[in-house]
Design a protein around this ligand. Structure first.
Ligand code: GAR
Length: 193
C-alpha cells in the first residue's frame, strides 16, 4: 500500500523560524506523513523567503496592495494552494487577518501560532504586552482560526514561569517552545483530516 504525504502550506510575514521548524520536523519524520510543500509570504523582504530558498521549498510572495480587494488577493493565493494540493495551512507569524475566501476553502484546516496563553494578550505585540503587564506565567498557543484575531479552537498550549527582568530571555524561551509545540499540534490535527 502506498501512503500519500499530506501537503502543508506555511504562511509567514517575517523571520520564518517557525516555518523552518515545521519544515525540519517534517524532514525528520517528527510530523507523520506530511511535508511543507509551499511558503506563502506577503512581504518582499521577509527572511522566511531566504529560508525557503535554502530549504528548497517553493515560495510565493504576493503583495496584498497589488490586488483590488482582500478577496482577490486570497483568490490568487487559493489558486496556488490548489496547484500544490494543499491539505493544511499553518500561519506562522503571518501578520494579516485571513478572510472568508480562504476560511471557506479550508474550513478547520487553518492553524495559527500565537506567543501568549490565549485568550490573554491577543494581537501583534503579545510578548511585550505580557512582559510589561508583569505576568509571571508566559506561554504559547496553537489554535484553529475562525476569522477573528487570535481566536478559534485551541489545539495546544504550553506555559512556563519566568521571574526575571529580561524580555530577550522571555522571547528566546517562547520561540524555543513554539518550535516544539507547533509540530506537535500539526501532528495531532493531521490525524483528523
Ligand atoms: C512568532 O512568535 C509567532 O507566535 C508570532 O510571530 C512570531 C513569528 O516568528 N505570531 C503572532 O504574534 C500572531 N499574532 P517567526 O517568523 O520567527 O516564525
Amino acid at each position: 500500500m502506498t501512503s500519500q504525504l499530506k501537503n502543508i502550506a506555511v504562511f509567514a510575514s517575517g523571520n520564518g523560524s517557525n516555518f523552518e521548524a515545521i519544515a525540519t520536523a517534517c524532514l525528520n519524520n517528527e510530523i507523520n506523513g506530511a511535508r511543507v510543500s509551499l511558503l506563502i509570504c506577503d512581504k518582499h523582504h521577509a527572511f522566511a523567503l531566504q529560508r525557503a530558498k535554502r530549504l528548497n521549498i517553493p515560495a510565493f510572495e504576493f503583495d496584498p496592495k497589488a490586488f483590488g480587494s482582500k478577496s482577490e488577493y486570497e483568490q490568487k493565493i487559493l489558486e496556488t494552494l490548489r496547484a500544490y494540493s494543499i491539505d493544511l495551512i499553518c500561519l506562522a507569524g503571518y501578520m494579516r487577518i485571513v478572510g472568508s475566501t480562504l476560511l471557506e476553502a479550508f474550513p478547520k484546516k487553518i492553524l495559527n501560532i500565537h506567543p501568549s496563553l490565549l485568550p490573554a494578550f491577543k494581537g501583534a505585540m503579545a510578548i511585550i504586552e505580557a512582559f510589561e503587564f508583569g505576568v509571571k506565567v508566559f506561554g504559547v498557543t496553537v489554535h484553529l482560526i475562525d476569522g477573528a484575531i487570535d481566536e478559534g479552537t485551541i489545539i495546544a498550549q504550553r506555559a512556563f514561569e519566568y521571574h526575571g527582568d529580561s524580555i530577550t530571555e522571555v522571547e528566546t524561551k517562547i520561540h524555543e517552545i513554539e518550535h516544539d509545540l507547533y509540530p506537535e499540534a500539526i501532528n495531532s490535527i493531521l490525524s483528523t483530516i
